[in-house]
Design a protein around this ligand. Structure first.
Ligand SMILES: *Cc1c(COP(=O)(O)O)cnc(C)c1O
Length: 367
């Protein structure tokens, strides 16, 4: 049986009828942008997370860009991990800031607070903590570091919807938390979507203005803005899928536990969960000796895999060829991770038998 790396079709099957009904409801309403569905989703998502405000946007990238601008980071430096997704540093650049790449921890692959501390300088305006693969960063250490330097902490929760740190939801620690609802995320729309969650107040107001032409009242522009609206259809779909998120995350954790049990005693380094955290396994990422050969072995058996991410930030041609500014710590570990990480298939609806098949194929490769 082939095992695709991901299948949105499989993931969406249990709510197909509900999604159609949501589409019919929005179609019948004749209202397609920033209407009642968006308002309801913002209220429901903020309540689910445990923050007083949620401002939806068109993507997770926009959420990061507008978060940085709302905090007044333009013209300064922003510290973030080198081992992360591309949108993180593009958001920093688009906000008019210089990315400063810090190292990650070897066990969790999340931002190393000691490296972040080393890289903070006089021009630093913010730190972005990316809860990579679905596991929260060291939030106590990063929070203390930012508090001591009077810097805002921005949480990138694009891969961590529902993850917890010491029993508290990731996304409730930083000044701002950016979410993506890209279709493959743990909470995904049927198109693009994003949000910034924060405490109700001034910054929330700035975000609401910035996402739509800086419009303070109809056709009156108070501040520079963009068009980054969420549409009613996506909000309606997200409301539905939010209701299933806890069950979906539980399914991801169960599948991850299968992998971890079946891959013990292989040469793979398996993902570690820090004891005080609840991982939501956006991705199940191992470190694999002879990675390219293993990928090919699996591909030949109909098993899909992926690499998150093959090139660390500071090694991207964008920076090495001088098209954008950056600073970087010594990033030997990020470079090693880029050469070794491999993501195995894991999504709600994946069958335990498929996990067994993947593990058997991996064991055969190393036998
Ligand atoms: C997906 C992702 C984003 C960006 O989200 P988009 O909605 O695709 O713009 C940002 N950060 C991380 C870590 C991501 O995985």
């Amino acid at each position: 049986m082939p095992v695709p790396f991901n299948s949105l079709k499989v993931q969406l099957t249990p709510c197909e009828a509900d999604l159609r009904a949501a589409f019919e409801r929005v179609l019948a309403s004749g209202w397609f942008l920033m209407g009642p569905e968006v308002a309801a989703f913002e209220a429901e998502f903020a309540a689910w997370l445990g923050r007083s405000a949620c401002v939806t946007m068109n993507s997770g990238t926009d959420a990061l860009i507008l978060a940085l601008r709302a905090l007044g980071c333009q013209g300064g430096e922003v510290v973030l991990p080198a081992h992360t997704a591309l949108p993180c540093y593009h958001a920093v650049l688009a906000a008019g800031c210089t990315p400063v790449f810090a190292e990650v921890r070897e066990d969790t692959c999340t931002l190393d607070p000691a490296s972040a501390a080393r890289m903070i300088g006089p021009d630093t305006r913010a730190v972005i903590a990316v809860h990579l693969y679905g596991q929260p960063c060291d939030l106590d250490e990063l929070g203390a570091l930012c508090a001591a330097r009077d810097l805002p902490l921005i949480e990138d929760c694009a891969q961590s919807h529902g993850a917890t740190y010491k029993g508290r939801m990731a996304g409730t620690f930083g000044a701002l938390a950016a979410f993506s609802f890209y279709p493959t995320k743990n909470l995904g729309a049927l198109g693009d979507g994003g949000a910034v969650c924060c405490n109700a107040g001034e910054v929330e107001g700035a975000l609401r203005l910035a996402r739509q032409y800086g419009e303070s009242s109809r056709y009156h522009s108070a501040v520079p803005g963009v068009n980054s609206r969420m549409d009613e259809l996506q909000a309606a779909f997200l409301r539905l899928r939010l209701g299933r998120l806890d069950a979906d995350n539980a399914a991801r954790r169960t599948l991850a536990a299968h992998y971890t049990a079946l891959l013990a005693d292989t040469p793979l380094i398996l993902p570690a969960t820090a004891p005080d955290r609840e991982h939501v396994f956006h991705l199940y990422v191992v470190r694999a000796p002879r990675r390219e050969a293993l990928m090919e072995h699996l591909r030949a058996r109909g098993i899909g895999t992926a690499i998150h991410y093959p090139v660390p930030g500071h090694r991207q041609p964008l920076f090495t060829q001088g098209r954008a500014p950056m600073r970087a710590d010594d990033l030997a570990l990020s470079e090693r991770l880029a050469a070794e990480v491999l993501s195995l298939p894991l999504y709600p609806g994946l069958e335990p038998e498929q996990v067994q098949e993947v593990c058997a194929a991996i064991r055969a490769f190393y036998a």
